[in-house]
Design a protein around this ligand. Structure first.
Ligand code: SF4
Length: 878
C-alpha cells in the first residue's frame, strides 16, 4: 500500500511551532518541529455479528490515536450511516490490549497443554517445527488427519483462516486435509429450511416488506443485541415498523422469547416469555386452534375453510392422503434400505402425518393411539401452557391474530435452532406460516432469516481434495469425537461426508484416521465456544491423540491456551484487505477497502497469509500452488479486487479502477433499489419448483424419511441409549428432551429435572460478539456479565451476589442480577465469556457458558445444541 494514497489530515497531535514574533533571538530558539501528520485509514470490524462495520483509524507516526465510526454521510434512511457499535468503537483498546501476542509462543516441553507455560520462539523456529511435524503427520496418517476448525473472528476476504486452510492443503508431500461443514450458528436451521422450503439459511423476505404486514410474530428474534450497527436488517425492521405505525395502518407485533430483549423495548405490542426448548409445543397449540373444527373430520376448521387450497396446491404431507398421493406419484419417495428392501411401509408413513399429530387422531389418539405417550392427544392450548408457560388464552390470541391477519410476517431467530430438538423446533415453527396459507403475498415470510442486499467480495479460496480427488468433511460439532476416535466414523454414524472424485457420497467409507493435527486461526472454538469444556479439555490435553495443536490469533484466548504453538496474527487495524457487508446487512450493502499506517506490533506479528506461506515452505510443501505464482500479498489483493469489481451485484458501489484507489476512499455503500423478492413468490405466483425432494413445501420431509434408514441414531453417553430427540422424524413435532423443561422419560432425565431446577437461556450480550472483544476492559465495565434471575426464583439471593451455576457438566461462578426481564424458572447467561480454570472439573471463574453445555448433536444436521442447559444456583463460598 502506498502511503501517498492516504488522505493526509492537518496536524492535531503533538504540533509545536516556533513563534519568532515573541522577540527571542533566532539563535536561542529550538529547532522547528514539523507538525505530526495524522493519517486516516479505513478498517472494519470483522467479528461474527453479521455486520462488518467500517471504522476510521487515525494514527500518528504509526500509532493509533483514535478510532471513529462512519459519520460523514447523511443519516437519512437509504443513505444512512453504517455506524459501529460500542464494540467496534473500542478497537484501539483491543489492538493495544495487554494480552496482545507479541511473538510466537511454544508450550514449554514437558508441561501439560493448558498449563500456561510458554516460551518465546522465533518465527523461523515456529515454522520449522510446525512444518516438520505437519509433514510427518500427513505422511504417517494421511491428509484426513489434519483438521482446521471452524473460525469466525476475522472475516477478511484475503488474510482469513482460508489462508491457513490453503496452507494445510499444500503442506507436506501430499495434497488435502479434513474440512468441516455447517456452523455453530445455523446448523439445524439450515437443515430444516432446506428440508421444508428447499432454501438456504437466509432466504426469507427482507424486513422492508414489513411495511405491508399487519401482524409480526417474532420468536427468538433479537438482532438489536446481536448487532448494534447503524445499518443492517434490524434498522430496516425498525424503519418499517415505525412507518407502518406512523401511517396508522393495522399492525401488531408479538415477541416471544425467554428474555425481554433489546429487540423489544417498545417495538412490541406484547412480550410473551417462553420456556427454552418448548417452542414446538407453542407452535402445535397455535396450529391446533387453526385446524380444529366442530365435527370429527374438522371439516369446518379455519384451515379447511381458509388455507386448504394453499395446502393442496403448494405443500406435501399435511395429512395421510397427501403422503399416500405423493408416494403413488413417485415411488422413490418411499425409504429403502441400501439393499433395496422397503424400510417403512406406506401405511406407516401415512399414519405419521401432521394433521393427526396436532388433532390427536389416528395413531396419536390419546386412548387408542400407538404412538409414544408424548406424541399422543390433542395439542390444545391447555396442553401447551403446561409445557411452554404461555397462558392458554394467550396462545389462542396468537392463533386468532394469525388467522385474522391478511399479511402475517413471521420471523424466527437462530436461538431456537440451537436447542436439543432444534430441528423439530424450527420445523414446528415454520408450520405457522404454512398453515396461514398467505405465503407469496405481500408482507409475508416463512419464518426464515431474511435475505440481504449483499455486496460479496472475492475471497481467498482453497481445496481440500486429496491426490485421488476425494474430499472428506465432518460436521463442525463432531471434531472432538474425531480427535478422540475418528477412524471408524462415517456417514451413517456421524454424518461424515466423503465424496469421490465424481462427487458421489460414500456412505460406507470410514474416515480411516483420527485427527492428529488441529489448527485454529482467529477462532475460539477449541475450548471456549465449543460445548462441554470439561469433556473437551482432557481430550485435547492428551498428546497421544492430537499430536499438534496450532492457534493463530492476536490475543491469548482460552483456545490459544490449549495449543502447542501460538502464532501472533496482525489485527484488522494493521491489515490491507477487503471486507464485505457480512450476512445481515439488510437493504444497505457495503464494502470496506482496508489499509493501515500502523507499525506492526512489536515488529513481529504476521498476516495469516504470511503465516500460511511460512508453514508451507517449512513443511516442504507445494509453495507455487499456495502462492498461485504471485509474488506477494499485494498481487493477491489486486486480483481479488478485479474479481470483486467483476461481480454484477457490486455495480451499485461504483468502485474505482484500482485497489489502491479503493483503499484511498475506503468505504463504499449502496442501498437496494427495491425491497427484493418475497420469499416463495416465484414458487407460489409463477409456478417455479422448490428444490425440496418433491418440488413443494414439505410438511412431511421425504428427504429426512429417505435418509432415516441410512443413519445411526446418537447414543448419549450419559444414558447409554437413544431417546426421542435422537430420532429423525419427518413430521414436525414437539419433542421432550434431555435437560429440557420436562424430562425425556429416562431415569437420567428425571434426575436432571429434579436436581437442576432452572433452565438456562444463553444469549448474545452487547458487551462482546461471541467471544470477540471479551478482553477489552471498557466493554467489561460497560456491560455487566451476570446471570439474570426472575424475582420469583431469587429466594434468599440479592442482586450482586456471587453465585455458582452448576449443570450436570460443570460449574461456573458469576454475579447475579434479579430482574423480571427473564421468564420464571429460567436464568439468562450471556455467552462468550472467556473460560478460566486451571483444570477440567474446576469452577470456571471466567463464566463461560460452555462449562455447562453438553455434547449431544441434533439427529439430522448433527448441529450443536448449546442452548439446552439445566442448572442449580447456590452462593459462591457458601
Ligand atoms: S460488533 Fe458488529 S455491529 Fe458492532 S461494530 Fe462490530 S461489526 Fe459493527
Amino acid at each position: 500500500m502506498q502511503r501517498r494514497d492516504f488522505l493526509k489530515l492537518s496536524a492535531t497531535a503533538g504540533a509545536v511551532s516556533c513563534i519568532t514574533a515573541c522577540g527571542s533571538k533566532s539563535s536561542d530558539s529550538p529547532a522547528p518541529v514539523a507538525p505530526a501528520e495524522e493519517q486516516l485509514n479505513w478498517t472494519a470490524c470483522l467479528v461474527n455479528c453479521g455486520s462488518n462495520c467500517p471504522l476510521k483509524v487515525y494514527s500518528v507516526d504509526g500509532v493509533c490515536t483514535r478510532v471513529e465510526t462512519d459519520w460523514a454521510e447523511s443519516d437519512d434512511y437509504g443513505n444512512h450511516q453504517v455506524r459501529a457499535c460500542l464494540r467496534g468503537r473500542s478497537l484501539r483498546q483491543r489492538n493495544y490490549a495487554p494480552d496482545r501476542l507479541k511473538t510466537p509462543l511454544r508450550r514449554v516441553a514437558g508441561t501439560k497443554r493448558g498449563a500456561g507455560q510458554w516460551e518465546q520462539i522465533s518465527w523461523e523456529t515456529a515454522f520449522s517445527e510446525i512444518g516438520t511435524k505437519l509433514a510427518q503427520l500427513k505422511a504417517d496418517h494421511g491428509p484426513r488427519s489434519i483438521y482446521h476448525h471452524y473460525v469466525s473472528g476475522a472475516y477478511y476476504s484475503f488474510a482469513s483462516g482460508n489462508c491457513i486452510r490453503r496452507a494445510l492443503d499444500c503442506a507436506g508431500g501430499e495434497r488435502g486435509f479434513l474440512a468441516y461443514y455447517s456452523n455453530y450458528s445455523w446448523a439445524a436451521l439450515t437443515e430444516t429450511a432446506g428440508a421444508t422450503f428447499g432454501h438456504g439459511a437466509t432466504s426469507g423476505t427482507r424486513h422492508s416488506h414489513i411495511r405491508d404486514a399487519d401482524f409480526f410474530l417474532g420468536i427468538g428474534f433479537n438482532p438489536f443485541e446481536m448487532r448494534m450497527s447503524g445499518s443492517g436488517e434490524q434498522i430496516d425492521f425498525m424503519k418499517a415498523v415505525e412507518e407502518r405505525r406512523a401511517n396508522g395502518q393495522k399492525f401488531k407485533a408479538i415477541m416471544i422469547d425467554p428474555r425481554y430483549t433489546d429487540s423489544n423495548l417498545g417495538k412490541e405490542d406484547e412480550w410473551l416469555p417462553i420456556r427454552p426448548g418448548t417452542d414446538g409445543a407453542m407452535a402445535a397449540a397455535i396450529a391446533y386452534e387453526m385446524m380444529k373444527g366442530s365435527d370429527e373430520d374438522h371439516s369446518d376448521s379455519w384451515v379447511e375453510l381458509n388455507s386448504r387450497d394453499f395446502l393442496n396446491s403448494y405443500t406435501v404431507g399435511y395429512d395421510a392422503a397427501s403422503i399416500r398421493a405423493a408416494i403413488a406419484a413417485d415411488p422413490t419417495l418411499q425409504p429403502k434400505h441400501d439393499d433395496g428392501t422397503i424400510a417403512i411401509t406406506v401405511d406407516e408413513m401415512a399414519a405419521n402425518n401432521y394433521k393427526d399429530y396436532i388433532l390427536g387422531s389416528g395413531k396419536f389418539d390419546a386412548i387408542t393411539g400407538t404412538a409414544p405417550d408424548y406424541e399422543k392427544g390433542a395439542k390444545d392450548a391447555e396442553w401447551a401452557e403446561a409445557i411452554c408457560g404461555i397462558p392458554a388464552d394467550k396462545l389462542r390470541e396468537i392463533a386468532s391474530e394469525l388467522m385474522a391477519s391478511s399479511n402475517p410476517y413471521i420471523q424466527i431467530g437462530a436461538g431456537p435452532n440451537r436447542q436439543a430438538a432444534g430441528e423439530q423446533t424450527m420445523r414446528s415453527l415454520y408450520m405457522l406460516s404454512i398453515l396461514a396459507g398467505k405465503l407469496g403475498q405481500a408482507g409475508t415470510n416463512t419464518g426464515e432469516l431474511p435475505s440481504n442486499f449483499r455486496h460479496n467480495t472475492a475471497g481467498m479460496g482453497y481445496s481440500y481434495a486429496d491426490k485421488d480427488g476425494s474430499k472428506a468433511s465432518l460436521c463442525f460439532f463432531d471434531w472432538v469425537e474425531a480427535v478422540k476416535d475418528g477412524k471408524d466414523m462415517d456417514y451413517r454414524s456421524h454424518g461424515v461426508k466423503i465424496y469421490n472424485k465424481d462427487g458421489e457420497l460414500q456412505r460406507d467409507e470410514k474416515l480411516g484416521t483420527d485427527i492428529k493435527a488441529v489448527f485454529c486461526s482467529a477462532g475460539n472454538g477449541l475450548i471456549n465456544q465449543h460445548c462441554d469444556i470439561n469433556y473437551t479439555r482432557p481430550i485435547l490435553e492428551d498428546e497421544s491423540k492430537a499430536e499438534l495443536i496450532v492457534v493463530t490469533d492476536c490475543w491469548l484466548t482460552p483456545s490459544a491456551e490449549i495449543a502447542d504453538y501460538v502464532l501472533p496474527d496482525s489485527t484488522w487495524m494493521e491489515s490491507n484487505d477487503i471486507a464485505d457487508d457480512s450476512y445481515s446487512s439488510g437493504e444497505t450493502g457495503y464494502q470496506t477497502y482496508m489499509s493501515s499506517s500502523l507499525k506492526p506490533f512489536f515488529e513481529s506479528t504476521k498476516s495469516m497469509y504470511d503465516i500460511g506461506l511460512g508453514i508451507v515452505k517449512a513443511s516442504g510443501g507445494d509453495v507455487s500452488t499456495y502462492t498461485d505464482g504471485k509474488a506477494d500479498a499485494s498481487e493477491w489483493l489486486d486480483e481479488l479486487y478485479e474479481q470483486t469489481k467483476a461481480k454484477s451485484q457490486n455495480a451499485t458501489l461504483n468502485l474505482p479502477a484500482t485497489y489502491a484507489e479503493a483503499q484511498a476512499k475506503g468505504f463504499f455503500r449502496g442501498h437496494a433499489p427495491d425491497r427484493g423478492p418475497l420469499t416463495l413468490e416465484s414458487f407460489v405466483n409463477e409456478g417455479a419448483a422448490l428444490s425440496t425432494t418433491t418440488g413443494k413445501i414439505e410438511i412431511f420431509s421425504f428427504k429426512w424419511a429417505i435418509d432415516n434408514p441410512r443413519r445411526d441414531t446418537f447414543v448419549a453417553d450419559d444414558r447409554d441409549a437413544s431417546t426421542h430427540v435422537d430420532m429423525i422424524d419427518p413430521t414436525p413435532k414437539y419433542v421432550p428432551h434431555w435437560q429440557g423443561f420436562e424430562d425425556d422419560d429416562t431415569p437420567q432425565g428425571k434426575e436432571e429435572v429434579e436436581n437442576y431446577p432452572l433452565q438456562v437461556c444463553g444469549y448474545h450480550t452487547k458487551g462482546r460478539a461471541h467471544s470477540s472483544y471479551h478482553n477489552v476492559k471498557w466493554l467489561r465495565d460497560a456491560v455487566e456479565d451476570c446471570v439474570w434471575v426472575n424475582p420469583a426464583d431469587a429466594g434468599e439471593f440479592n442482586s450482586g451476589d456471587e453465585v455458582i451455576m452448576e449443570s450436570p457438566r460443570g460449574k461456573l461462578q458469576i454475579r447475579m442480577r434479579i430482574t423480571p426481564r427473564v421468564a420464571p424458572g429460567v436464568v439468562a447467561l450471556p455467552e462468550g465469556a472467556w473460560y478460566k480454570a486451571s483444570a477440567a472439573g474446576e469452577v470456571d471463574s471466567g463464566g463461560c457458558v460452555n462449562t455447562l453445555t453438553k455434547y449431544h448433536p441434533c439427529p439430522v444436521s448433527r448441529g450443536n445444541t448449546q442452548h439446552t442447559i439445566r442448572v442449580k444456583l447456590y452462593k459462591a463460598n457458601a
